[in-house]
Design a protein around this ligand. Structure first.
Ligand code: DLL
Length: 437
């Protein structure tokens, strides 16, 4: 019989008990960071708080935030809480600007990470009978090794494919009888497309589960991937500063991602003021680690936008759920004063059939006016259509987009398979305004 939970006792723990555990661990974690991370101690001293001030879970709000700049300022190891003799792994994320952020793990951190990633695979419907192909990049990026250790801890057979060489990925899936694919959603789509080109019928293969994350994607995109690969795709979330993949995942309900609260406390804050927002409200997600030793993280600002709910989930897990990530505060485009997320464009495009889920946004400034161009790939079937039909399609897309976004835009239909594909995290936006600044 299919395993339902990896660790039922903790995944379905009564919330009151969970909070008791969290408070105990929070006290430990704050004291640990204060004692072992000099720059964090300084931050606490500056605002006059001490570890002893944390008496309830609400007292978390008294603590200072940590941001990427703090990590960059103490590059590379200044925020490590454990001595190098106890660090067994280092990862780094490059980000788009400046120095990379570097994170370290003790042996215990790796064990926790493996446990949480294994919980995620099981929540997605995998177990020890599965063959899991990990097509996230292996290396400094946490995706490959994080998913690898989780799947191996679960007892599944891992195919460590890493990213790239997409034809080979497709062949491995077919020849090895892979049942679970783990990669970014944009790469899953690229693999699906490559399989179609190679004449491999994904519907006939044993492949049945996707564990996709590391970039924002919409429900419409999930449905498209489900259909093309004949699988049930799950959304796995994580970030290197907090751990890597496996901080949260959606269960069989696919209605929000359970965050493993026995190891992390999430908060939603107003990104402008830092004020903590109640359940249900959208804002910036922060995390406080409760057990981490390598690099403890206090109220880390992810810049990811979502909301939280503790409405009971029919799956039986009691851990809080976060909504799909809407985007990052820093990915939000402000076009003529209007906030635009690439994910909004994605959902509109995917609702209109006849389009491939490949698109790219180009933002520019002409004089003082911001301009938005949406490049959309048409599907093979539309390509041979009459010019008039394509013109009609163009007008229709533009109207739909303008209606939803509230800004005018230009739509450019491009030939099938001409926009760049990704083997990892896809870049959906070119903002040329930055060049003029
Ligand atoms: O992307 C870790 C990861 C690997 C997660 C594999 C899931 C699967 P970083 O490279 O540090 O770590 O990037 C973290 O990626 O703050 C989000 O903006 C974004 N992100 C990660 N997962 C999701 C997701 C990994 N499921 C940043 N949905 C995060 C939307 C995601 N965005």
């Amino acid at each position: 019989m299919q395993r339902k939970y990896w660790n039922e006792e903790i995944e379905c723990i009564d919330r009151e008990q969970l909070q008791k555990l969290q408070l105990e661990r929070l006290k430990w974690s704050v004291q640990y960071a204060y004692d072992n991370v000099g720059p964090y101690r300084k931050q606490m001293e500056e605002i006059g708080v001490e570890p002893g001030d944390v008496k309830t879970l609400e007292d978390l709000a008294k603590l200072p935030f940590t941001d990427k700049t703090h990590l960059r300022d103490s590059y590379p190891h200044g925020r490590f809480g454990a001595p190098m003799k106890d660090i067994v792994r280092i990862h780094a994320s490059s980000g788009t600007t400046g120095k990379s952020t570097v994170v370290g793990y003790t042996r215990k951190d790796i064990e926790v990470w493996s446990e949480l990633a294994a919980r995620c695979f099981v929540a997605a419907g995998a177990d020890e009978n599965d063959i899991v192909q990990v097509s996230y990049g292996y290396g400094l990026f946490t995706g490959g090794l994080g998913a690898h250790y989780g799947a191996e801890h679960l007892g599944a057979a891992v195919v460590p494919a890493s990213g790239g060489n997409t034809k080979k990925q497709a062949t491995l899936i077919k020849d090895f009888g892979v049942t679970v694919l783990a990669c970014t959603p944009s790469y899953a789509l690229h693999i699906a497309e490559t399989m179609e080109e190679m004449g491999i019928d994904a519907q006939q293969l044993p492949l049945r589960v996707g564990v996709f994350g590391a970039e924002p994607w919409t429900v419409a995109m999930r449905n498209e991937i489900d259909r093309r690969l004949g699988i049930t795709a799950h959304d796995i979330y994580g970030l290197s500063e907090v751990m890597g993949p496996g901080v949260a995942i959606d269960c069989e309900e696919r209605n929000g991602l359970h965050i493993w609260e026995d190891h992390y406390i999430p908060e939603i804050i107003n990104p402008e003021t830092g004020e903590v927002l109640p359940y249900g409200q959208k804002g910036e997600l922060t995390f406080t680690s409760l057990t981490k030793e390598g690099i403890p993280m206090m109220r880390y600002r992810t810049h990811d936008l979502t909301s939280l709910t503790i409405e009971p989930c029919p799956c039986g897990r009691t851990h809080v759920r976060m909504g799909k990530i809407l985007g990052r505060c820093d990915d939000m485009l402000i076009i003529r004063g209007v906030n635009v997320f690439p994910s909004q464009v994605e959902s509109v495009l995917l609702e209109i059939g006849a389009l491939s889920p490949n698109y790219h946004l180009i933002v520019d400034r002409v004089g003082v006016m911001d301009t938005l161009e949406v490049q959309v790939e048409i599907s093979d079937s539309m390509f041979s259509d009459k010019v008039k039909r394509l013109e009609e399609l163009n007008v229709m897309i533009r109207k739909e987009l303008e209606g939803l976004l509230g800004v005018s835009c230009k739509v450019t239909l491009v030939e099938p398979k001409t926009l760049p594909r990704s083997e990892g995290k896809i870049v959906r936006v070119t903002d040329k305004r930055k060049l003029h600044d």
